[in-house]
Design a protein around this ligand. Sequence first.
Ligand SMILES: [Zn+2]
Length: 215
Amino acid sequence: MANVKTYYKSKSGETNLTDNFKVKEFACKDGTDKLLLDMDILPILERFREYVEAPYSPNSAYRTVSHNKKEGGSSNSYHLYGRAFDIPFKSSYKNLTSTDYMCKFFNTLGLKGIIKYPTFVHIDTRTGSKYHANNKKQRLTFGTVNIPFKGNLKNGSKNIYVGIMQFKLKMLGYSVGNADMIFGSNTEKAVRAFQKANNLSVDGICGKNTWAKLF
Ligand SMILES: [Zn+2]
C-alpha cells in the first residue's frame, strides 16, 4: 500500500522532506497549490542522488488531471496520485552514465514501474505486476548494478539505507509497513521472514549477507 500524503506548496513548499528534497519539487508544473506525494519514494530518490553524486529534481511528479492530459499521460497515470516521478538523465551523473544504467539502478532497488525515455526515466510505486518498458511500450528486462553495503541495519537504525531495504522488502511482498527509513518492529519481522525464506541466519539484522541477497 502506498503512503500518499497531501501537501500545499503555499504552506509547506520550502519544507525539507529529506536532506535534499523539498515539498515544492513534487508539485504539479501547472502551478496548482495542492500536491500528492507517496513518501515511500523518498529513500529511493535520496539513494539515487548519493549514487550519482549530483543534485537533481524530478522533471515531473504529481500532475493534475488537466496537466496530465496536456503532457500526454495516460488517463490512469500514477502521476495523478503522486506515485510517479520522471527522473532526468544528466551528463554530470557519476556511476550511472546513461538512462540504461538508471533503469538498472531502479530495477535493483525493486521498482516495479520503470519506463525508459531517451532523456529521462519514469519510475512509479506500483505494486503487483511489473511494468518495465520503453516509451514505445516495448517490454524490457533491465539488469542490475551493485548497491554497496553501508553497514548493519537493525532495530533503531534510521537512515536512507533502512528506507531502500524497506522498499525492496515491500516490493517482494513482505509486510514492512511504509518505507519510512525507521527500523522498527514491523521491519524487523519482515527482515526475519526474508532471512528465513532465503536460508540466511535469522537474527533480524540486515548485515552483509542479507543485504547481498536483497540487492
Ligand atoms: Zn512519468
